[in-house]
Design a protein around this ligand. Structure first.
Ligand code: UGA
Length: 440
């Protein structure tokens, strides 16, 4: 079986590599020649555990190929996945120009029946637009080769993407053509390790499922951040409340960790986009508007605590910052709460010395010059710093040597943006601990 995956971004590259890993012949296509050359040389555009190994192995075996020529790649392909970017347009709705350009090119170059499946997160009705673009391109050149469109949203998490793809909770396929359903069934057979994990549905429902899933997860986080903020005021501990409610299986203990707000390329963008879709149809998604508002405010909570401790004017102070990426195991800085936190500290006159195990290079694209300095390791960041701010819960930050830190920091104060430290243990070591939703 041969397939084409268009777009070698996060979703496209991981999907293409993982399909080749189970024996499918895959051509990954991108218009970015440099990126394609790098991939051929084993240089990954993103950091994702396990990905490099899979790409190199399957490229060496010839099962995974990289190309800039879409028209050539789709010859003999049973499925073409569209996994190109859908950046937010000026009004917050997803911009489909890349998706539709791919559809147009497929229409111009296809020579046989093909399933064109969107894997990018696309608003409801995109399937129809893709269908229309392919049909229009075919009409222009005077052909009418049959094809099907499908929606196959991706639910992988950055930092665990390969694992999520190889062992999915579920595979959602929106399709309205029997032949296409059979092809998708064959394609995904290797991933149904334990029973039937494929859920078939109509195309708009599949498109909506993706937004509803991310919006629900974002809601859990904002809900918990809201509760955590109230916990602080009423004398409760959000960690306890989290455990208390999470033990109810209807609520579940995942994704209810309060923190410095959600970031990344998905939740902020998708929540905005679904609100926009609602508006387009004359419906106001009130819960999701609140989810977004709470998240915007949550990014400021930690700096407020810093100011409560040190005063509004932070000039002359230096803060050690642990973690820059929006979450651990990724170098992704998109919408990272660290960006807002650093800006706030700098605006109040402070200096920032940051350390992140992987994301410092990415961060340097955003913070150029002397805005912040980068430390060579976690301890180096703390040398002569006035306090430590934990922003991203990378494993290596979880059990530091508090005695060593006590000697490096000017003040034994920790602002723990992810509640990973035990307040009483820190107190025993002479540290003041500020958490999210806890009693300081
Ligand atoms: C998210 C979804 O989890 C994936 O299922 C989805 O496929 C993906 O978006 C996408 O649409 O492509 P991702 O953005 O990689 O994945 O990151 P998450 O692990 O979901 O974390 C998102 C943010 O929520 C992070 O900033 C994280 O720190 C924050 N978070 C998460 C919390 O603040 N508290 C929690 O309890 C969990």
């Amino acid at each position: 079986m041969k397939i084409t995956v268009v777009g070698t971004g996060y979703v496209g590259l991981v999907s293409g590599a993982c399909f080749s890993e189970v024996g499918i012949e895959v051509v990954c296509v991108d218009i970015d020649q440099k990126k394609i050359e790098k991939l051929k040389n084993g240089i990954m555009p993103i950091y994702e555990p396990g990905l490099e190994e899979i790409v190199k192995r399957n490229y060496a075996s010839g099962r995974l190929q990289f190309s800039t020529n879409l028209g050539e790649a789709i010859q003999g392909s049973e499925v073409a996945f569209i996994a190109v970017g859908t950046p937010p347009g000026e009004d917050g709705s997803a911009d489909l120009k890349y998706v539709l350009a791919v559809a147009d090119e497929i229409g111009r170059t296809m020579s046989d029946y093909i399933v064109v499946a969107t894997k990018s997160t696309v608003p409801v009705t995109t399937g129809e637009k893709v269908r229309a673009a392919i049909a229009a391109a075919q009409e222009k050149r005077g052909t009418n080769i049959p094809f099907a469109v499908a929606s196959n949203p991706e639910f992988l998490k950055e930092g665990a993407a390969v694992d999520d793809f190889m062992k999915p909770d579920r595979i959602v396929i929106g399709v309205d053509d029997e032949r296409a359903e059979e092809i998708m069934k064959r394609l995904y057979k290797p991933f149904q390790l334990n029973g039937d994990r494929i859920i078939y549905m109509d195309i708009p429902s599949a498109e909506m499922t993706k937004y509803a899933a991310n919006a629900m997860l974002a809601t859990k986080i904002s809900f918990m951040n809201d509760i955590a903020n109230l916990c602080e005021l009423v004398g409760a501990d959000a960690n306890m409340v989290r455990k208390g409610i999470g033990s109810d299986p209807r609520i579940g203990n995942k994704f209810i960790y309060p923190g410095v707000g959600y970031g990344g390329s998905c939740f902020p963008k998708d929540v905005k986009a679904i609100i926009k879709t609602g508006k387009k149809y004359g419906y106001e998604l009130r819960v999701l508007q609140a989810v977004e508002d709470v998240n915007d405010d949550q990014k400021y909570v930690l700096v407020k605590k810093v100011k409560q401790h040190f005063g509004e004017d932070l000039s002359g102070k230096t803060f050690a910052l642990w973690g820059l990426s929006f979450k651990p195991n990724t170098d992704d800085m998109r919408e990272a709460p660290a960006i807002v936190i650093i800006d706030e500290l700098i605006a109040a006159g402070a200096q920032v010395k940051a350390y992140d195990p992987i994301a410092m290079k990415e961060a340097q694209h955003i913070y150029v010059g002397d805005k912040i300095t980068y430390a060579k390791d976690a301890y180096d960041a703390c040398v002569d710093a006035d306090a430590l701010l934990l922003i991203t819960e990378w494993s290596e930050f979880r059990i530091p040597s508090w005695s060593a830190l006590g000697k490096l920091l000017k003040n034994k104060v920790v602002f723990d943006g992810r509640n990973i430290y035990d307040k009483s243990y820190l107190a025993e070591n002479g540290f003041e601990h500020y958490g999210i939703g806890t009693q300081d």
